[in-house]
Design a protein around this ligand. Structure first.
Ligand code: MSP
Length: 505
């Protein structure tokens, strides 16, 4: 975090409501949730953090899905949005706001943006002739649509000619290149691989102006363009604006005002790598043209694959997050997604993968440490948490690590460290494993037999302190587990429950 920032604003993409949410969608929200929970703690007041998610409800895809369901587009989105709202509840996503692009607050802001840019001459009327991919809602030039196929989804494109409105991306291309290259902005596009991708694209290709409208005769389901009775707004231009429409407004001098977009806020957009072009080219230019500051970080994470391939309805391999939660529990699912793959890389999703992590990290390492420590407190001290005495050398080492963990020293959970959840959890597990090894090497039952009560007290109290620090560390990732651990370890008296993670066989 930059010095002086005392507020934090984090967003996820807005999900299209034409299909049911799958594990890929849940990934961004779980990641954003872990960061938001961490920042609420690190910034010492939950009011300093704003976490936004929502749904993208306009455009061709949604209209087509509504037609198929024989519903009006509005009725269709009102119904399907609930799947997303329910999912975020079911995954403990602590978002502060949920924006739908069909809400008034959003529509008003989008229309205002169009008006401001039109007045400024950055939006102009023109004729479009070329190839169009309906599923991707993208226009392509002759040379891009090789074999009359969409270069993104490889489906056939159609030739269209129509009058539309265009946004002057090309005018700002050079500005964007310099902005990304500026050493003050090294965190602007993350991870570095994604930044290089964007830069080389911008340096090798001339940006064409973005067609930001659709004729109503072809598509009616969109935000009306305020200066044309014949057009609605292109869905991407509409959707990106959510990041500002949710948290502020334009004043009478066309200045954008927001508590969450000021100079004292660190602004982070989490997205999947496939929507980097829109977020790292269109969006920064839109903001710049409006005279609005840039976000600090646009982070493009990797994809979850099944057997190394994309999930798809036609393959029938789309995994539902709530099915995974019902089978393995919320915290196990959250842990698996954040631990198994470094943020930014692709990962392979499988139930066997979850079971493996569960049995080793959760049942064997964490669950065991808690269970056997509490069993010893019951057995040797009638459930009373003992006082700590003089530590031996190994005890001192563990105490030092415990203190560092409790103060989050070295948690790589900031933008410049790439929001490395996996490494952060790895650090917590290092301590868990150190403590388990300490139990095995110390053989506390011998201390008990030999009546070395003071040594035994200190030994067990250190383990309790480790577990408390571990609970404090995992709370951002696995809130239920942390709570349950802290309930079992009361201040003075423990209340041992069932094992946290019984082995799956
Ligand atoms: N509506 C646009 C985003 C607009 S943001 C202003 C959109 N929606 S989407 O529903 O198709 O995708 C939303 C997000 O889900 C994207 O970030 C995409 O990368 C992510 N994922 C979709 N499938 C995924 C995986 N299999 N794995 C990880 N994330 C994936 O694009």
């Amino acid at each position: 975090m930059k010095k002086g920032n005392n507020k934090f604003y984090i967003t996820t993409p807005l999900y299209y409501v034409n299909a049911s949410p799958h594990i890929g969608h849940s990934y961004t929200n779980i990641a954003a949730d872990a960061i938001a929970r961490y920042k609420r703690w690190a910034l010492q007041d939950e009011k300093n953090v704003h976490f936004l998610t929502g749904t993208d409800e306009h455009g061709q895809k949604i209209q087509a899905a509504a037609d198929e369901a024989k519903m009006s587009a509005q009725d269709f989105v009102d119904k399907t949005v609930l799947q997303f709202k329910d999912l975020w509840k079911g995954l403990d996503i602590s978002c502060d706001d949920f924006i739908r692009t069909t809400e008034d607050r959003h529509i008003k802001t989008v229309q205002r943006v169009l008006e401001i840019l039109h007045k400024k001459g950055d939006i102009y009327e023109g004729k479009y002739e070329g190839w169009y991919c309906t599923p991707c809602e993208s226009f392509w030039t002759e040379s891009q649509a090789v074999g009359k196929l969409c270069p993104d989804c490889k489906r056939p494109v159609e030739k269209i000619t129509e009058t539309n409105y265009f946004f002057k991306l090309s005018k700002y291309q050079e500005w964007l290149i310099q902005y990304i290259k500026n050493s003050d902005n090294v965190n602007f596009i993350k991870p570095p691989k994604r930044m290089n991708e964007v830069l080389s694209f911008l340096e090798l290709n001339k940006l064409t102006d973005l067609c930001i409208s659709r004729p109503k005769e072809r598509l009616n389901w969109g935000i009306p363009v305020p200066f044309s009775s014949e057009h609605v707004t292109y869905v991407w231009f509409d959707a990106l604006i959510n990041y500002i429409s949710a948290v502020g407004h334009f004043d009478e001098k066309d200045k954008y005002v927001s508590k969450w977009w000021g100079p004292d806020v660190e602004i982070v957009h989490l997205i999947g790598k496939d929507i980097l072009r829109q977020h790292a080219s269109y969006w920064p230019i839109m903001l710049h043209a409006l005279g609005i500051r840039q976000p600090d970080t646009i982070f493009g994470h990797g994809w979850w694959l099944i057997d190394q391939a994309k999930m798809s309805k036609s393959k029938g391999n789309v995994v539902s997050p709530l099915d995974m939660v019902n089978q393995f529990g919320i915290d196990t699912y959250r842990y698996f997604l954040l631990r198994d793959v470094p943020f930014g890389l692709d990962g392979n999703f499988s139930e066997e993968g979850i079971v493996k992590r569960y049995n080793s990290d959760l049942a064997n390492d964490l669950g065991n440490l808690v269970y056997r420590t509490l069993t010893m407190v019951e057995k040797y001290f009638e459930g009373n948490v003992p006082e700590i005495g003089a530590l031996n050398e190994r005890g001192q080492q563990i105490a030092k690590k415990t203190k560092a963990l409790a103060q989050d020293i070295g948690f790589p959970l900031a933008a410049d460290a790439g929001f490395d959840f996996s490494a952060t959890l790895g650090k917590i597990w290092q301590l868990i494993n150190m403590a388990n090894k300490y139990i095995e090497d110390t053989k506390p039952w011998n201390l008990a037999k030999e009546n070395k009560t003071e040594e035994l007290k200190t030994f067990i109290r250190l383990l309790i302190d480790v577990i408390r620090a571990v609970a404090g560390g995992i709370v951002f990732f696995m809130p239920h587990t942390a709570e349950s651990i802290l309930e079992q370890i009361g201040k003075e008296k423990i209340k041992k429950g069932k094992p946290l993670f019984p082995r799956i066989v």
